[in-house]
Design a protein around this ligand. Structure first.
Ligand code: AOF
Ligand code: ZN
Length: 337
């Protein structure tokens, strides 16, 4: 990358690794490396979550004033320019006498952005590195900043003829073990799983991510949508993270989840909930497991989507098509993405 030394390039990659040590939550994952003028690593830092020091301040805290003076700070996110839960990092870097700042992603915040400009105006050399990788690192957080809600994946399994259950409502195991293993990976890759109370009552799901050979796989927190309560005997009460409940006003509930630090939501909760998310334009990505079986009958995988006439159809873009054992996985994005 133009204007960036080999040492700085290495430090940018290292800073991304450090960022991932921090938790996903209301704040972005951010990493920082401070280099001496001749490119030696002087200190590393990362952000440990809302209310704790920002990555660059964490790294600076490990240096003597003499080491920091004239050094280069390499950060995955533009140093902030605001006093939030902590003070402005741009000022901390200036006060420390840092001579050069290399950063990747721009800060999208109205209040927090402007750090790069402030530093440059004060005579610090400010260089932009690796913008795409910096943004990719915090893509879900950036999505939340843009929309105010988590990124939503809606998942369902269906027979080849688009049914989710037999006429009597029995529905388990229409897909094979490979598809089910894939679902557990998907669960683990999201911050929260949404189900409707109907699914809790009918299936009594555990909603844990069970991945062979990965006992420590991240466990998303279950969110139960709907007015009916969760019975005291439900398996959900034994979930390692507990569970949240949510009402039926989807958009408002999503804002609340984002405010609680949930950046991604996996909607697994049956035809009613899946349809509600899609109808409301709140489904960003669909994952459909197609089982080579026929069920016929009234139990369609989705119910009313508000498509009264063909001009209102919900056009999708297929982003992935894969065979999982005997089943097929179709991934698609909606217009709202
Ligand atoms: C972080 N960690 O390492 C950097 C951030 O109110 P605060 O103090 O929690 O500040 C959060 C904002 O600060 C965040 O939204 C982002 O705009 C900026 N930079 N944040 O949490 C960091 N460098
Ligand atoms: Zn900051």
């Amino acid at each position: 990358m133009a204007g960036i030394s080999g040492a700085e390039q290495g430090a940018t990659a290292r800073a991304r690794e450090l960022a991932l040590r921090g938790p996903r939550g209301v704040n972005p994952q951010v990493g920082a490396v401070v280099l001496s003028p001749d490119g030696r690593v002087l200190a590393e830092g990362w952000h440990r979550g809302a209310g704790t020091p920002h990555a660059e301040v964490d790294a600076l805290s490990r240096l003597t004033p003499a080491e920091a003076r004239g050094a280069t700070a390499v950060v995955t996110l533009e140093p902030c320019n605001h006093t939030g839960r902590t003070g402005p990092c741009a000022v901390a870097l200036l006060d420390a006498g840092v001579a050069r700042v290399v950063y990747a992603a721009a800060d999208p915040g109205d209040a927090s952005s402007g750090g790069a400009q402030r530093l440059a105006a004060a005579g610090v050399e400010v260089v932009r590195a690796d913008e795409a990788e910096g943004a990719a690192l915090i893509a879900d957080w950036l999505f939340v900043q843009r929309t105010g809600r988590p990124r939503v994946t809606v998942k369902w399994a269906q027979s080849l003829d688009g049914r989710a259950a037999a006429a009597d409502g029995s529905s388990r195991w229409i897909t094979g073990p490979e598809a089910r293993a894939h679902v557990h990976r998907e669960r683990s890759a999201h911050d929260a799983i949404a189900v409707g109370t109907g699914t809790v009552l009918a299936d009594d799901p555990q909603l844990t991510a069970r991945i062979e050979g990965e006992p420590d796989a991240p466990q998303p927190i279950p969110v139960v949508f709907g007015e009916r309560g969760v019975p005291g005997s439900a398996a959900l009460h034994r979930h390692p993270r507990g569970f949240r409940t949510a009402g039926h006003e989807l958009e408002r509930e999503l804002f609340a989840l984002a405010a609680a630090g949930i950046q991604t939501l996996y909607v697994e909760g049956g035809p009613t909930l899946a349809s509600a998310f899609i109808r409301a334009g709140l489904a960003d990505r669909l994952t459909v497991y197609l089982a080579p079986t026929l069920l016929g009958g009234p139990r369609t995988a989705l119910d009313d989507l508000g498509v009264g006439t063909i001009d209102e159809q919900r056009r999708l873009t297929v982003t992935r098509l894969e065979q999982l054992g005997r089943d097929l996985l179709v991934e698609a994005t909606t217009e709202s993405e």
